[in-house]
Write a protein that binds this ligand. Structure first.
Ligand code: DSN
Length: 426
């Protein structure tokens, strides 16, 4: 077969883009080479509907082993009883939990997307807001912190069947104990979506949701630094309280109900090459090196947020406990869209993001979300964060100055050469 030079040349250019730039998108990271190698191999050829030891296809002996390894390692990392590593993404992990515990029309209560929530937590344009009846809580206008009182008030009014906590753009830790108290008062289950801070939770740097939340979902490619994918966990397996019957008509523990919701409920064949890569990334997370990495993420985020504040930037909630910060640019006279554009021109990648009580649309926005997991993987430390803030400030204060863009881009490109990315790839 002739080699597809066209596609490989695009992939090569993407490698070069990643190498020369400052990657500050809070949900992105750089996997290790071995994680990528585990994704690009013969496991992609294998169909394996079902679960290890119980498949609908022959020849699953090897993928059974790698999937079981991924499950066992994830259990060890998070200290949980049940893990399903098959969800293709965080969205499908969330869809599977909802499919398991909700019926169409049931009420759910999640963080408003415009306040930092996620599409799959009830947005009207997503399955979660179309299939179920969404209700929302938010953050305080004054403090930028989650309003647990408001969560309780709405929960007591609407009696949701599921409370969803977790966010895409919230820089503070969560009070899972408080959420459980609210859920118990109103008879709701809780799903914690820890897609963003999972790596920090894994290392005990943030509160753990497992004692209080019935289901915990995550992606595996953000702070966890694994392949693009999803995962569902249950801290302590509990009896199916919903009367949900399996195809055989029995009522089992929640783990079985979730397994059935992932497959055959939401997905078909699992991506066994990605699951093998999940196993490799979990091996890495169990190392001391990853321990240091997670700690460095927090140090870098705090150093960066302090530097922004010193330059007069308004960080929503005033700072960060995790790997990201949401910057409200309204006092800097620039929109999120314009900020994203000018920074991208200088090879600094962030995303525009609505801020709480934003007066602009999701296409324009008043803010940017900035995160440090990827630059921390590149090897940058606290003092480098000050330089990054300096560059960002230079550009945002004079966004139409092409000369400044060229100067900063050249400085960024030169700087990043000190932190080689995938040198093995030539
Ligand atoms: N797209 C992800 C993020 O950027 O946070 C969430 O799914």
């Amino acid at each position: 077969m002739q080699r597809d030079e066209q596609t490989f040349s695009i992939i090569r250019k993407e490698l070069e883009r990643q190498r020369r730039g400052l990657e500050l998108i809070a949900s992105e990271n750089f996997t290790s080479l071995q994680v990528m190698q585990a994704m690009g191999n013969v496991m992609t050829n294998k169909y394996a509907e079902g679960y290890p030891g119980h498949r609908y296809y022959g020849g699953c002996e090897m993928v059974d082993q790698s999937e079981q390894l991924a499950i066992d390692r994830a259990k060890q990392i998070f200290g949980v009883e049940y893990v399903n590593v098959q969800p293709h993404s965080g969205a499908q992990a969330n869809a599977s939990v909802m499919m398991a515990v909700l019926k169409p029309g049931d009420k759910i209560l999640g963080l408003d997307l415009s306040m930092g929530g996620h599409l799959t937590h009830g947005s009207p344009v997503n399955f979660s807001g179309k299939l179920y009846e969404p209700h929302f809580y938010g953050v305080s206008k004054e403090t930028g912190l989650i309003e647990y009182d408001k969560m309780e008030e709405v929960a007591m009014q609407v009696h949701p069947k599921l409370i969803v906590c977790g966010a895409s753009a919230y820089s503070r830790d969560w009070d899972y104990k408080r959420i459980r108290e609210i859920a118990d008062k109103t008879g709701a289950l809780i799903m914690a979506d820890i897609a963003h801070p999972a790596g920090l939770i894994a290392k005990g740097l943030l509160n753990s949701p497992f004692e209080y939340c019935h289901f915990v979902t995550t992606t595996t490619h953000k702070t966890l630094r694994g392949p693009r994918g999803g995962m569902i966990m249950i801290g302590k397996d509990f009896e199916n309280p919903f009367g949900i019957k399996t195809p055989k008509g029995d009522i089992r523990m929640m783990s079985s109900v979730i397994d059935l919701a992932v497959f055959p409920g939401v997905q078909g064949g699992p991506l066994e090459h990605v699951i093998a890569a999940k196993a490799v990334s979990f091996f890495e997370i169990l190392s001391d090196e990853y321990d240091q990495y997670a700690k460095q993420i927090v140090k870098n985020a705090q150093s960066m947020s302090k530097a922004f504040v010193e330059k007069g930037y308004q960080i929503v909630s005033g700072g960060t406990d995790n790997h990201l910060m949401l910057i409200d640019l309204r006092n800097k006279n620039i929109t999120g869209k314009k900020a994203e554009q000018v920074l991208v021109k200088a090879d600094i990648t962030v995303n525009k993001n609505m801020v709480p009580f934003d007066d602009k649309s999701a296409f324009v926005t008043s803010g940017i979300r900035v995160g440090v997991p990827a630059v921390t993987t590149r090897g940058l430390t606290e003092e480098h964060m000050l330089q990054i803030v300096e560059w960002i400030d230079t550009l945002l204060m004079d966004p139409d100055n092409e000369q400044k863009i060229i100067t900063v881009r050249s400085a960024v490109n030169q700087f990043m050469e000190q932190f080689p990315l995938y040198p093995e790839l030539g």
